[in-house]
Design a protein around this ligand. Structure first.
Ligand SMILES: CC(C)(COP(=O)([O-])OP(=O)([O-])OC[C@H]1O[C@@H](n2cnc3c(N)ncnc32)[C@H](O)[C@@H]1OP(=O)([O-])[O-])[C@@H](O)C(=O)NCCC(=O)NCCSC(=O)C[C@@](C)(O)CC(=O)[O-]
Length: 313
């Protein structure tokens, strides 16, 4: 199959990237990160989640961040919602897209959202209805599509089962997430193919964590199947609070560097994206995990007084 000519990137750094940060990241910093990402040309940004603050304290400022963003036309701002309580709070902030999140692994479902897969779908049903009643798109994130921290390997049949449930409950598009980054290219292709039984390729995105350094290879494997929507985190931020040891998503800078090198359009200005990565890395006081971002930053002339993030040696 011919590779896609254009790719859409959803930066999940402000949500997936920051949700697991031990230090409290001020709402102002999260807002500025969203502004820098939209300046870099991102057209989809996952801003925050409306989950229990007892479970994920870092996202407790969800409404504040959504309220502070200076929205741009043509940018889709999405938020995670696990149930109707989250939905009611989310709707007050006028998101463009709601993300419900389920798991292909029963154990991860219990650890992450305290219910079974089937129960999670029951909770999503009114959320999807409420979103559609207001013309809001619903994305379904599918966690642990190749491996689970509690169950090990996940069979494609489990992914197909979850994709069917999400399709039947009315979800518009889905993410195939490798939550703990254990996927390798052929396993990722099997998970994607299982998903295609219920969602067309235009409504399937790849979401690859880079724990074992496989995420760029997995991105290429997904492109080979025609996938053209991907989630990634600027500076490679992230890690899931309920997946011990899992690192961040593949860095957006690294994905964009690969895509542009292959002649694939993204609409993203890589230099501005590197600025966003340097900004958040400086705020967190640690190096960026993006190899491309680090290399590009190192080649820049040093300007006196310029704010730079730390970069990997
Ligand atoms: C789903 C629940 C709430 C169930 O948690 P629970 O304890 O079973 O919920 P509950 O209904 O029994 O309620 C318990 C308390 O939470 C409150 N509550 C209930 N719901 C909400 C809400 N929406 N917002 C705010 N508060 C809420 C509720 O009001 C009550 O408050 P209390 O009476 O004790 O004061 C909980 O398990 C939870 O919040 N989990 C979220 C975990 C999470 O955010 N994980 C990370 C995101 S998923 C992910 O990272 C994977 C992904 C998407 O990135 C893709 C990938 O890489 O795999």
């Amino acid at each position: 199959m011919a590779l896609p000519a254009k790719v859409n990137i959803i930066d999940v750094g402000p949500r997936d990237g920051l949700q697991n940060e031990k230090q409290l990241v001020p709402a102002q910093v999260k807002t500025e990160l969203v502004h820098l990402l939209q300046t870099a040309g991102l057209r989809e940004i996952e801003v925050t989640s409306f989950v229990s603050p007892k479970w994920v304290p870092q996202m407790a400022d969800n409404a504040q961040v959504m309220g502070q963003i200076q929205r741009r036309d043509g940018v889709r701002y999405s938020v995670l919602v696990p149930n109707m309580k989250g939905m009611e709070a989310a709707l007050l902030t006028q998101p463009d897209e709601i993300v419900v999140f389920a798991s292909a692994s029963e154990s991860f479902s219990q650890k992450n959202i305290n219910c079974s897969i089937a129960e999670s779908i029951e909770r999503f049903a009114p959320v999807v209805q409420a979103a559609h009643a207001q013309g809001i798109v619903v994305r379904g994130a599918m966690s642990c599509t190749v491996g689970c921290p509690y169950e090990g390997d996940i069979a494609p049949a489990q992914v197909e089962y979850l994709a069917r449930l999400l399709h039947d409950v009315g979800v518009d598009r889905v993410d195939v997430a490798d939550t703990i980054g254990v996927g390798t290219p052929l396993k990722i292709q099997r998970a994607l193919e299982a998903t295609f039984k219920h969602f067309g390729v235009d409504n399937v995105s790849g979401h690859f964590h880079d724990t074992y350094g496989q995420a760029i290879g997995n991105t290429l494997a997904a492109l080979e199947l025609g996938v053209w929507n991907f989630q990634s985190s600027v500076a490679g931020l992230g890690g899931c609070p309920y997946a011990k040891g899992a690192t961040g998503n593949v860095a957006t800078e690294d994905v964009v560097f690969m895509l542009h090198g292959m002649g694939i359009e993204t609409g993203i200005d890589l230099d501005r994206l590197v600025d966003a990565g340097l900004y958040i890395s400086a705020q967190l006081g640690r190096p960026s995990h993006s190899r491309a971002g680090t290399a590009i930053a190192k080649k820049r002339p040093v300007q006196e007084g310029a704010a730079t993030g730390q970069i990997c040696a």
